[in-house]
Design a protein around this ligand. Structure first.
Ligand code: ZN
Length: 487
């Protein structure tokens, strides 16, 4: 009898140890996933959860559109700039302009500036009848200050990312030095062949332009560390966030100009590891971007086959452009230009043989950078109209990104919240998306390995913290529930 009691006690203790070990080891992810399922309709708890959740990288970011209007206004004041009406940041030599500094004593003026530089409180009007028009108009309004402060904007973004568990970003910015554009363009005047154009650029000022751009970036890097107050341990907020620049090319410039910008971007990427890739920017629905689309893709295939390319493709919808334009942009970006990442890809449903295209993207692989808020405010595409789940179901690598968080007045946690709110994606799926963002970053192999290790560690710590907040008994309950519940 006593022997049976003893055996029973030993078995009970052994079972308790095994269950506790399960929760402690394999269980943290399951407990965290169960916690996520339990709070997914409680948006207050969900937002707090997603804010803390390690989110890897924000890969699709236009630097000037990423900073908030309030920061832009403060920088414009510090540079003694003015606002012209209706609300564009300009030099104070502009007639009838008003010092930005006045906005700090005049709340309605300040409010008008914030609204003009972003989507806040936007109402359709004669000048900008749609969200699309307002969105793109903001860039012209804040361009008078943003070109002066690339380092300050970068520092602001890195500090921001540190506060929402983002460890890496790739920031799109124009890198072709201002003086070199006309010189390089003159070198290929009246020359149309790809080979001859490239030879002329290489024999001319291409290397000098690249060296000048690298020197400019040297200055930014130094200034970014100063602004953030980074010490040797890099312990100040933002100092540990990794970043690369993406050389952007204005796709609505004339054909020869786009060739020059692309040749320059590819040459810079080859020589400066702080510039990790290139991207074409500007509205894809504008006349030049549409008319030259196929030519642009061939140009990229010729000039930039050997460097990382991400391309805005399929940021279009029925009605915005003629139907034919909806049928080939994503495919040509992947197959002709060799893009490793597609920005937006919203027009997937209209592409010819879209299921074949999805297969090609999965095999390549070409990731899709999904920008949910941007697609909503610019294209009016949201919920089930968005192809996010079609990409997911086809096992195309999906990442979530912000596009222009300052213009849209969002952050990356908000995009994860939208994904959790509008699509059947659970914690494990969102974690996969976060991991994808590092996997499909343009970091080199050693940098990527280091960032992935950092992500695994941060995720393990996050899950351990969530599990410990739940306590052992509730953790066991959540673990069991997690086995039967999806997502
Ligand atoms: Zn974009």
């Amino acid at each position: 009898m006593r022997r049976n009691v003893l055996i029973g006690a030993i078995v009970a203790v052994a079972v308790a140890i095994v269950v506790a070990a399960l929760v402690a080891l394999a269980g943290d992810t399951a407990v965290t996933a169960a916690r996520f399922s339990a709070i997914r309709s409680d948006h207050t708890a969900l937002r707090a959860f997603l804010q803390r959740m390690p989110k890897g990288a924000d890969l699709h970011v236009h630097l000037s559109g990423a900073v908030y209007a309030e920061d832009l206004i403060a920088w414009a004041k510090s540079k003694s700039l003015c606002a012209s009406l209706p609300m564009k940041i300009v030099a104070c030599s502009e007639p009838e302009s008003q010092p930005i500094g006045d906005a700090f004593k005049n709340q309605p003026f300040y409010d008008d500036l914030v609204n003009a530089l972003s989507m806040r409180f936007f109402l359709p009007n004669a000048e900008n009848p749609s969200g699309h028009d307002q969105f793109f108009a903001t860039f012209g309004r804040f361009g008078g200050v943003t070109w002066l402060i690339p380092a300050e904007m970068t520092a602001a973004m890195l500090r921001h990312y540190a506060g929402e568990a983002v460890q890496h970003t790739e920031l799109m910015i124009t890198l072709l030095p201002y003086d070199y554009g006309p010189k390089l363009l003159a070198a290929i005047a009246r020359v149309s062949g790809n080979d001859e154009r490239l030879q002329r650029l290489q024999a001319g000022d291409l290397s000098a332009a690249v060296a000048e751009a690298s020197k400019t970036i040297d200055g930014w890097v130094k200034r970014i560390d100063e602004v953030l107050g980074c010490d040797a341990q890099r312990s100040q907020p933002g100092c540990a966030v990794s970043y690369k620049y993406i050389a952007q090319i204005n796709r609505n410039a004339d054909e020869a100009n786009v060739f020059v910008q692309t040749a320059f971007a590819a040459a810079l990427i080859r020589t400066d590891r702080r510039v990790a890739g290139l991207n074409f920017v500007g509205p894809e629905d504008y006349r030049v971007a549409r008319a030259d689309y196929a030519r642009h893709m061939q140009m990229i295939g010729f000039l930039a086959r050997d460097v990382p390319v991400a391309l805005h493709a399929g940021e279009l919808w029925i009605g915005l452009v003629p139907p034919e334009d909806l049928t080939f942009h994503i495919r040509q970006a992947v197959e002709v230009a060799g893009a490793r990442r597609i920005g937006h890809g919203v027009a997937l449903a209209y592409e010819r043989r879209s299921s074949e295209l999805l297969d090609a993207m999965r095999r390549k692989p070409a990731a899709v950078e999904v920008n949910l808020t941007s697609n909503d405010v610019i294209l009016g595409v949201r919920g089930n109209d968005h192809p996010l789940m079609a990409y997911w179901a086809a096992r195309v690598p999906v990442v979530l990104s912000t596009d222009d968080m300052g213009v849209s007045r969002i952050d990356l946690s908000n995009e994860y919240l939208r994904a959790a709110r509008d699509y059947p994606l659970g914690y494990r799926e969102l974690k996969k998306i976060a991991r994808n963002s590092l996997d499909h970053s343009f970091l080199d192999a050693a940098e990527k390995d280091a960032q992935l290790r950092k992500f695994e560690q941060a995720s393990a710590e996050f899950e351990r913290a969530v599990a410990s907040e739940r306590g052992l008994l509730r953790g066991i309950g959540a673990l069991i529930a997690g086995l039967f519940r999806w997502p």
